[in-house]
Design a protein around this ligand. Structure first.
Ligand code: FAD
Length: 527
């Protein structure tokens, strides 16, 4: 096969793909026996020449002759495929995995396929029950502290935009994407430069992966919280699991626990501290969600009414360093909604999610300020306490019931309370209360956001729109700590393997899933 890159096709060009490829290779379309899209991206930088940019893998008659011509953007194609290196293993002891987020789920899947029949626990509910619980919360403001947007089957990413981008070039990346497709995600994620599946597909995907783990002899237990563990002579001996519905506890003797806890399991972080597991502070970020109308963002990005109506909901990614502190947009959800990501009573947390179609009225993004270890106290968990403090101030400002404080950008810049919305209507449920976020956010965060809004407007004219809404607080974008681990991914206690976002080694669905796979390689490799 050969690889053909940088093929630009105007967005309204309906020419058959074979014809386009044939023209680039200087062959007849009939000579192309097979082709596959490797990558498709949208280039909307120049008004009037918005186009898709493709890379293809092509099977064509006379490949070696074509390669000898040294055509621009043509090269031999080398399809590197990842395969998990272990199978048909058996062991008397079954690995325990805590957490069914992408890290725990992919670790469990690989171990199940290798024959090791993992036992998985998650404090939250199965995805179907969790969906009802989250829906009830959005309508009533009654929070279930064990099953919510952070906790439950599929982890924090289940109610998300399902962006499957990953900054690292790793052979496991296309592997994870293929697994998503096999579990029900749309095929286009295999080649899209910005793959996303939305919460609708994610729910199906995580359920199907869990079913495969169970079919292979693994066990997945919901409403089952890790509440303690026994260490003897520096080694894990047992875990204590509490049924969160009945309060019943059981002790499970085991020598291997993969802790895929996510960044929001604060009681478990405290447990790890008490048990003397080595942890360290790490930088993280806090801020607010910014929300504009989807059609407005489309117009800013595509600069053309027709394209704004016909092309997929536009995204953006902005950053600046006002006063030396990083401020950036994160987890942009085009055509999505602002959701409540609370998992503790009395704390309001914002985040964003969307459906595959990304066709809701607004587009939102986190607008985050970097927090460095020296910004918080001496204690290892001081970053977590800062997050919690901000969340409870937001709860108070909302007046209870997980109503979130909200302010128009124009009012935020003028430091005056908002009294009613302008053109942009908030999507956050259970609802918002208009207020002054300067009274909620730490001064350094509010001031950094103020400076950044002005600066970011120079990068994307119109971003700093008076009527855009800021809803807060966004505190759970990353873990405030790292659980120290050695080159074999083991913590300071033998047999405990901290993985994924909560352990401080991943940021997002893809990197968490890959961390889970890497850990499975290590666990299976020791059998
Ligand atoms: C609303 C939202 C939208 C997001 N959007 C995106 C996106 O579009 N793209 C992207 O890449 N990332 C997104 N993220 C981030 C992404 O979800 C996380 O990076 C990812 O889920 C981390 O995976 P993880 O497996 O490490 O942890 P998590 O997904 O957080 O999973 C941890 C699991 O552990 C369980 N658990 C915790 N403590 C215990 C315990 N003591 N006992 C038993 N179980 C326990 C929890 O219930 C949870 O299911 C989003 C996050 C949120 C909240």
């Amino acid at each position: 096969m050969i690889k053909l890159t940088n093929v630009k096709v105007a967005v309204d060009d309906r020419t058959a793909t074979e014809t386009i490829i044939a023209a680039k290779l200087g062959v007849k379309a009939a000579d192309i026996t097979e082709y596959r899209i490797l990558r498709k991206s949208l280039d909307a930088r120049k008004k009037g020449s918005v186009c898709y940019v493709y890379s293809f893998a092509v099977c064509v008659k006379g490949e070696s002759g074509i390669l000898k011509k040294n055509l621009k953007n043509v090269s031999p194609y080398d399809d590197k495929v990842y395969t998990f290196p272990y199978q048909n293993l058996s062991s008397d002891t079954r690995p325990v995995i805590v957490g069914t987020g992408p890290a725990g789920l992919f670790c469990a899947l690989m171990l199940a396929r290798s024959g090791l029949k993992p036992i998985v626990y998650d404090r939250g509910e199965s995805v179907d029950n969790r969906t009802h619980t989250v829906e009830k919360f959005r309508n009533t403001g009654e929070l279930n502290i064990n099953s919510n947007v952070q906790f439950g089957e599929g982890g924090a990413g289940t109610f998300s935009d399902g962006k499957l981008t990953c900054g690292v070039n790793d052979v496991r990346t296309p592997f994870v994407l293929k697994e998503f497709v096999m579990a029900g995600a749309p095929e286009e994620i295999l080649y899209s430069s910005k793959p996303h599946v939305g919460t609708d597909y994610l729910k199906t995907v995580v359920k199907n992966i869990r079913k495969e783990i169970e079919a292979l002899g693994g066990e997945v237990n919901f409403n089952s919280c890790l509440t303690d563990f026994e260490i003897d002579d520096g080694r894990l001996r047992a875990v204590e699991i509490t049924d969160v519905l009945t309060g019943d506890m059981h002790t499970h003797k085991c020598s291997c626990m993969i802790a895929a806890l996510g960044h929001s399991s604060r009681d478990t972080y405290e447990l790890f501290m008490q048990k003397g597991i080595e942890m360290m502070k790490k930088p993280f970020s806090v801020g607010v969600r910014i929300e504009h109308k989807r059609e407005y963002i489309n117009l800013l990005q595509y600069k053309d009414n027709h394209l704004a109506e016909t092309l997929p909901a536009a995204d953006y990614k902005l950053s600046c360093h006002p006063g030396g502190r990083g401020v950036y947009t994160f987890c942009m959800c085009p055509g999505g909604e602002v959701v409540c990501g609370s998992s503790e009573e009395g704390g309001v947390v914002t985040n964003g999610m969307s459906y595959y179609a990304r066709d809701m009225e607004n587009s939102n993004s986190a607008l985050l300020v970097s927090v460095y270890p020296e910004d918080t106290g001496e204690e290892i968990l001081s970053g977590m306490y800062l997050q919690r403090d901000m969340e409870s101030k937001a709860f108070e400002a909302g007046g209870g019931g997980y109503i979130a404080p909200c302010q128009r950008v124009g009012d935020f810049l003028a430091k005056r309370a908002t009294t009613s919305p302008g053109d942009v209507k908030p999507s956050y449920l259970p609802g918002v209360r208009y207020t002054n976020l300067w009274e909620v956010l730490p001064e350094f965060v509010a001031e950094s956001l103020r400076l950044a809004l002005v600066e970011l407007n120079d990068k994307m004219r119109g971003f700093c729109l008076d009527d855009a809404l800021l809803t807060g607080v966004e505190t759970r974008s990353s873990a405030p700590v790292r659980i120290v681990r050695d080159e074999y991914m083991c913590s300071s206690v033998k047999g405990i393997y901290p993985i994924g976002e909560g352990a401080g080694y991943a940021g997002g669905i893809m990197s968490a899933a890959m961390d889970g796979i890497k850990c499975a390689e290590i666990i299976a490799g020791m059998v």
